[in-house]
Design a binder for this molecule. Structure first.
Ligand code: UDP
Length: 162
């Protein structure tokens, strides 16, 4: 598929990332893009979305019975988020590691949440937890023609490929 077109590398995969409303309001969109780009990952789609509660109920369906769910929906629908699709080797697991733990105060220094947040209910970013959920979430937030297809210079040898 368009979202997983680098067939030469079986570990290349897509993920869905979003800067949450507090991250957008705090001016952290560029910082979060920068961390993933410097890792070597490729940004293939990005846009502001002020998510409807319907979209968020779909996105967070698995959490609907949790006590924090109503607050989570209020928080996530309080302003625009910056939704993104990123691609690369093991981007789902490395992305989760880069974002850090759900509770920012338990998230190591060096992670996005550990460095930039303190409150579990205002933890500034989201990242898919598996390739399966990433594909579902990308389809939920983006249309196919919003996802760009382009090669990076690494493919012509600027960065050594193992
Ligand atoms: N959340 C919360 N209180 C909690 C647990 C989670 O407000 O006790 C929020 C928090 O914003 C978190 C989101 O619900 O990011 C989704 O929870 P999940 O366990 O999926 O954490 P994540 O995958 O975002 O680290």
């Amino acid at each position: 598929s368009l979202l997983n077109r680098n067939m030469a590398d079986p570990r290349a995969e897509p993920t869905f990332l979003a800067v949450k409303p507090d991250g957008v309001q705090r001016g952290l969109v560029g910082e979060i893009i920068s961390r993933f780009r410097k890792l070597g990952y490729q940004l293939v789609a990005g846009k502001f979305v002020w998510p409807s509660k319907d979209l968020l109920h779909d996105h967070y369906a698995e959490l609907s019975s949790k006590p924090f769910f109503p607050g989570l929906i209020e928080y996530m629908s309080s302003g625009p988020v910056f939704a993104m699709v990123w691609e690369g080797t093991d981007v789902v697991s490395v992305g989760r590691k880069t974002i850090g733990a759900t509770n920012p105060r338990k998230s190591p220094i060096g992670t996005i949440r550990g460095d930039l947040a303190i409150d579990v209910g205002r933890n500034i970013c989201y990242g898919s937890e598996s390739v399966g959920t990433a594909e579902r979430e990308i389809a939920l937030w983006f249309t196919t023609d919003e996802v760009a297809s382009y090669d990076l210079a690494r493919r012509i040898g600027f960065i050594k490929k193992n």
